[in-house]
Ligand binder design. Structure first.
Ligand code: EPU
Length: 417
């Protein structure tokens, strides 16, 4: 199994391009289920989660053609098997995103229920409740959600909590429903907006994406379209933290600060200088970072997907920070690993109190999920000596060519067996 060896102490400098957003690409790939015409996509990141989703769609009869490094054409004309097996869903929870579009286009879908995962229980009751409100008959048999509806009907749906993939699933289903669907308490994440933009290009009638009330007028069918995936704001934020912790000076291109306000604010509170350009961001780190407290919450507040990276930064900052996780009940798995590198962190319920220390020292640590692995890299970059990160398959799910990108900025990272 691959591991990542980091020799700490390099100062990150230079320029690197960011990739397309994983969490926008995944639902947008599923949008191909809604039409028999080809969907041409650009800026698709090469990640394990994307390959898994393409395999899943391929099993259902979607034609997949790669065009160059980051282009894809998906052909929905052969869709004939509206099933997502346990084997697929267990490796990637985002597979649940096929449920809404399959049901809307095929009148039926059988999708394995995702189980819990490292960061929490993560139920999908809101996805199911919304589809039922649209007239679907849903049963759970032998671990599979079996949903049927000859044609979904528009409905008013208010989700109990803000759910990103829940909003995306229901928005996709509503595109082909009869009449108007209103999703209240909708997720406002930029990835929801990117999906809505792609659906609109396919002929969907959607308004309000990016606010907490989304209205969808159902249409008879969707057509082919071209869409370029938005830049990955979490990848961008992760590299900014990596540069900040090493006292670096980097410029990230092919990205945008437009969706990163809460993260940029916290980096500035930590003492970083940030210059925002139209399609790039430059960060210059201070000699010593200041601690920054934060609380995760749905967009536009601070993203849970950046919590672990800021935890790592706070480990070596000046002062004491409180980090409160409000989205997932078990997203502090990186804490015990950071402590193996010498961090001083105390957990009290869903708060972590991080006291900055003068130095971290390299050790062997274990990645427990995608963003936890990113936090260990950040810590490893500033730790003295060598840090060996085990189980980096988590990392390959969500960071494209991370060793090459870090090496381009001057880090010493190497994949070892
Ligand atoms: N929830 C329910 N019932 C539901 C749906 C959600 O109780 O039916 C709960 C969840 O258990 C969680 C909260 O609601 O406590 C919010 O979960 P949400 O549904 O928003 O998460 P998600 O859609 O499964 C997406 C991202 C995650 C990201 C979260 C929060 C994708 C593919 N995944 O997950 O990304 O952390 O939103 O922003 O978009 C990652 O990239 O590392 C990652 C985990």
């Amino acid at each position: 199994m691959d591991k990542l060896l980091i020799r700490g102490g390099s100062v990150l400098k230079g320029e690197v391009a960011m990739s397309g957003a994983k969490n926008a690409a995944l639902p947008i790939l599923c949008a191909s289920l809604l039409s028999a015409d080809p969907l041409e996509l650009g800026n698709v990141p090469q990640l394990n989660d994307i390959s898994t989703m393409l395999r899943l769609l391929g099993d259902m009869g979607i034609g997949v053609r790669h065009e160059g490094d980051d282009g894809l054409t998906l052909d929905g004309s052969g869709l004939n098997n509206p099933v997502a097996s346990y084997e697929m869903v267990k490796t990637m929870r985002a597979s649940i995103l096929v449920l809404g579009p399959l049901l809307a286009r095929c009148g039926e879908a059988r999708v394995s229920l995702p189980g819990g995962c490292a960061i929490g229980a993560r139920p999908v009751d809101q996805h199911i409740k919304g589809l039922q409100a649209m007239g679907a008959e849903v049963t759970v048999e032998q671990g599979y959600v079996h949903a049927r509806a000859s044609r979904l009907k528009g409905a008013r749906i208010c989700t109990d909590m803000v759910t990103v993939t829940g909003t995306e699933n229901l928005m996709m289903a509503a595109c082909l429903a009869d009449g108007e669907t209103i999703i209240e308490n909708a997720a406002r994440e930029p990835e929801v907006v990117d999906l809505a933009n792609c659906l609109v290009a396919m002929g969907a009638r959607i308004s309000g994406a990016g606010t907490d009330i989304i209205r969808i007028q159902g249409v008879e069918k969707l057509h082919g379209a071209r869409h370029s995936i938005m830049p990955d704001r979490i990848e961008t934020g992760t590299y900014l933290c990596a540069a900040a912790v090493t006292g670096g000076d980097i410029r990230l291109t092919r990205t945008s600060a437009a969706y990163l306000d809460s993260v940029v604010d916290k980096l500035m509170d930590a003492g970083c200088e940030i210059v925002v350009e139209r399609d790039a961001i430059r960060l210059t780190a201070p000699a010593k970072l200041k601690s920054v407290s934060l609380r995760t919450a749905p967009y536009p507040a601070f993203p849970t997907d950046m919590q672990a990276q800021f935890m790592a930064m706070n480990c070596v900052a000046d002062g004491v920070a409180t980090i409160r996780e409000t989205i997932f009940e078990n997203r502090f798995m990186h804490v015990s690993e950071l402590m193996r590198l010498g961090a001083n962190i105390q957990i009290e319920g869903n708060n972590a109190i991080v006291r900055g220390v003068d130095r971290l020292e390299g050790a062997t640590v274990m990645a427990t999920d995608l963003r936890a692995s990113a936090s260990l890299i950040i810590a490893g970059l500033v730790a003295s000596g060598e840090t060996l990160i085990d189980r980096i398959y988590h990392l390959d799910r969500g960071y494209e060519r991370i060793e090459q990108k870090l090496a381009a900025l001057g880090a010493s990272v190497e994949r070892v067996r």
